[in-house]
Design a protein around this ligand. Structure first.
Ligand SMILES: [Zn+2]
Length: 251
């Protein structure tokens, strides 16, 4: 069977995250894989910018539905008290992955050195709760094709950071479906579901961007319907790591 994995990089969206994160964030949607119709339909639910008070309710739903997910976590002042939850996340079969300690674009994208310092800080903050060896996946704040970083670190910074990630033997991933749940328009659960349905249409492999910040309570409300919709459409759920394993086994 001919299996073609197309990795597309598409600037789909731009939005501002909630003020609660204290950092402007743009949501450039991006890459994942699409394939031929014969491929099994896979979906990765991913939650960025947590953990927060909304993480446990999300975990409860995921446990009830027996759905694995991936959490790209931060270690900001605002979510420090929830950091021990990363252990629970992992113990329940989900993947914990790196996002950023501070999530401050002006700081992290100033230079490659500044970026890796931030990641080091993040890993140190997570070290009490899990094995750092398990942290090999990264999602760049703003996505790998963001242009906001150019303002601070020059136009080549993302290319450098992607190469350096791979040199470390780590992996990075963007998304191709965006719930737009952390936008300033504060979408309700129905809108979040519709955003996902619109983006996911015709995709064999979906990497869905959602958030588990204090401000994204509507995401919690939307999650059962999101899971139900993907199930109805014949998708199976996996973590980002599992998706990569599946894809490499097909090559
Ligand atoms: Zn983020």
């Amino acid at each position: 069977m001919l299996l073609v994995i197309l990795v597309t990089v598409v600037h789909l969206l731009y939005h501002q995250e909630y003020a609660e994160t204290a950092i402007p964030n743009d949501c450039f949607a991006v890459s994942a894989a699409t394939g031929e119709t014969a491929l099994p339909k896979q979906v990765c639910l991913t939650f960025d910018d947590g953990p927060s008070s909304n993480t446990q309710p999300l975990l409860d739903i995921l446990a009830r539905e027996k759905v694995p997910a991936t959490f790209f976590v931060c270690a900001q002042d605002i979510n420090q008290e929830y950091l021990p939850l990363v252990r629970t996340i992992q113990q329940q079969g989900h993947q914990v992955a790196m996002h950023s300690a501070t999530h401050r674009y002006a700081t992290i994208y100033r230079s490659p050195e500044a970026f890796w310092q931030d990641i080091k800080t993040l890993r140190q903050a997570l070290e009490p709760y899990l094995s750092l060896e398990d942290l090999t996946w990264l999602r760049f704040p703003g996505g790998s094709t963001n242009t906001v970083s150019h303002k601070y670190g020059g136009s080549g910074i993302m290319k450098t950071l992607k190469a350096q990630t791979e040199e470390k033997g780590w992996h990075w991933i963007d998304w191709n479906v965006c719930g737009e749940d952390a936008t300033a328009s504060h979408p309700d659960a129905d809108r979040i579901l519709r955003n996902i349905q619109e983006d996911a249409e015709d995709l064999t492999t979906c990497v869905v961007l959602l958030h588990d910040t204090k401000a994204t309570g509507e995401t919690v409300k939307a999650l059962p319907q999101i899971i139900g919709w993907f199930r109805e459409k014949g998708y199976t759920f996996c973590t980002v790591e599992q998706l990569a394993e599946l894809q490499s086994s097909r090559e």
